[in-house]
Design a binder for this molecule. Sequence first.
Ligand SMILES: Nc1nc2c(ncn2[C@@H]2O[C@H](COP(=O)(O)OP(=O)(O)OP(=O)(O)O)[C@@H](O)[C@H]2O)c(=O)[nH]1
Ligand SMILES: [Mg+2]
Length: 388
Amino acid sequence: MKIKSYFSRTVEDAMALASQELGPEAMLLNSRKAPLEARHLGEYEVVFANVMPAGEAPDSALEAAAPASVAARPPLGDQLSRDVADLKRELEGMRRTLTRSALAPSQWVGGSPDLSDAYAALTASEVGPELAREIVQGVEAHLVGPRPPAGRTPRHFDKAAFQRALVEELGSRFQAQPSLGRGESPPRIVALVGPPGSGKTTTLVKLAVNYGLVSRRPVLLLSMDTYRVAAAEQLRSYAAILGVGFQVLETTTALAQAIEENRGKELILIDTPGFGFGDMDSASGLAQFVSARSDIDPHLVLPASMKSTDLSSVVDSFEIFRPQRLLFTKLDETGSFGPILNEAARTGKALSFFTDGQRIPEDLEAATRNRLVELILTGSSSRARTAA
Ligand SMILES: Nc1nc2c(ncn2[C@@H]2O[C@H](COP(=O)(O)OP(=O)(O)OP(=O)(O)O)[C@@H](O)[C@H]2O)c(=O)[nH]1
Ligand SMILES: [Mg+2]
């Protein structure tokens, strides 16, 4: 048997590596956030063991450590298979205990495994440890009252009641507002802002089709992206295909004028250039204009695959636009949706829409509480799709 630690960006990456190196029998013993001094090697440290198939030579280091009676057993036949099966069961038990004690706050150890498992599931989905703890404490309070006397928390809860409480607690931590525009009266004016390549232009076209063309609302697309030669052309082509109005504007004065001249439209969607950390200064003119206009609804477009800490920095740097809503793209590129919850909970900003693929217009959906809860608990973005 071999025990090996893997450092990686996600637990899934480590599992893939371990299965490659140690074989499909590789068993996860423990996972935890990597200690600070080893963080450069990866976010997580995940420990695996491989139990050698019958007939394979045991690892010498472990053989030396094994009790004489085990080491002396004949290496072949049924006895070995039984030993391996016993060992596997033992290791699985160890893994559960270790995972719980590594991931769950100590007050749950020896308390309810259901609570520890929920905490471990949330943190595995990259929900921040503090938020995960609050959610699980909320579930406990929901099911047994605010401060259960010591030893009064049941070890196991009714499955359905537990799931309901967990969904409710998770859902109460953020807002979802899948709508476009601020006031009730048209035109609804939306600006998509965000870092380079986050999916602003693609999402804008998806919105134009789903919330404009499909309901026969007159739409206008405006591009403020004159930074790169091809940028506005990308949107111009889409506008031509869709048969909707399109203008490229160089200045905020021209943008104000275009809005004024198109008050008859129902939906005006404004595309903006991607601003990276290094060029937020060049965003200030546009940001000032957008944030000062009470009729423009800026949605901050962010890739769901971004790490929580990076997301927070990006959201903070885009605060100059005063976006009230967060729009997450590329859900299909991650299996950990905790960072979306972390950011929505941290900022109190509502989630507006999700995109989960490159197909226009299909890969867009309204953000709802149930959907994010489902994403976090299942770790999968697949959904029932309408025929293309
Ligand atoms: N997998 C996946 N790819 C996406 C999604 N949304 C957008 N993309 C892709 O991401 C790339 C960048 O998309 P754009 O819409 O051009 O991004 P942008 O934010 O306008 O980029 P800049 O204008 O350069 O800042 C394109 O290849 C898109 O097809 C999504 O939900 N999933
Ligand atoms: Mg763009």
